[in-house]
Design a binder for this molecule. Structure first.
Ligand SMILES: [Zn+2]
Ligand SMILES: [Zn+2]
Length: 185
């Protein structure tokens, strides 16, 4: 599969099948703002790819149906070790003229209506799959990825990875209780 950087297709070429592989630079760019990505050294093996059919719908719209998969590295929320995710999703998106895209689609903190989440804009000449692939890349990362279900995390006192070594530290004091102890009456 061809590694590409340009996911733009002329609307007049539809119907068309697009198969594209995006390398680690794309993944890194898409996930760059995620805290879970901050500690991760960029992996050459990271990629995402799509294989999708694009069909015109009516005069001005288009749909994309196909598959999305990849290999994406983030860090475990408990021990910060690398976690390699292997997302595999269906592509199912509608492309409408930019002015018809539902507004306030991705306002922060708002729940996304799944039926609206897969609507993207085109400029009347070209349909660009970049935003869709970026979004699928971000959505492929779970809220709290774990290296394993029973990850023991990091010792709050000495910083040891408790999956690798055991330490003899006392159980950490709840910081809220510690704060109470500081208060002199
Ligand atoms: Zn872990
Ligand atoms: Zn410890």
């Amino acid at each position: 599969m061809e590694t590409v950087t340009n996911l733009s297709v002329r609307l007049t070429e539809l119907p068309k099948r697009v198969e594209a592989r995006l390398d680690m630079a794309f993944v890194d760019n898409a996930l760059g703002d995620l805290a879970l990505r901050k500690n991760v050294e960029v992996k050459d093996s990271d990629y995402v790819q799509i294989a999708t059919d694009l069909y015109p719908v009516g005069e001005i719209d288009a749909v994309a149906t196909g598959s999305f998969r990849g290999s994406v590295t983030v860090s475990c929320v408990r021990c910060l070790a690398d976690v390699t995710l292997k997302p595999q999703e269906k592509v199912n998106a509608t492309f409408v003229p930019m002015s018809n895209v539902p507004k306030d689609e991705f306002e922060e903190g708002e729940d996304i209506d799944p039926s609206e989440a897969d609507v993207f804009g085109h400029d009347g000449e070209n349909l660009d799959l970049t935003a869709m692939v970026r979004e699928m890349t971000v959505l492929s990362v779970p809220f709290a990825p774990l290296c394993s279900e029973d990850c023991k995390g990091i010792c709050a006192s000495c910083g040891h990875n408790k999956n690798e070594t055991t330490c003899t530290c006392e159980p950490a004091i709840d910081p809220r209780l510690a704060a109470l102890k500081e208060i002199k009456l």
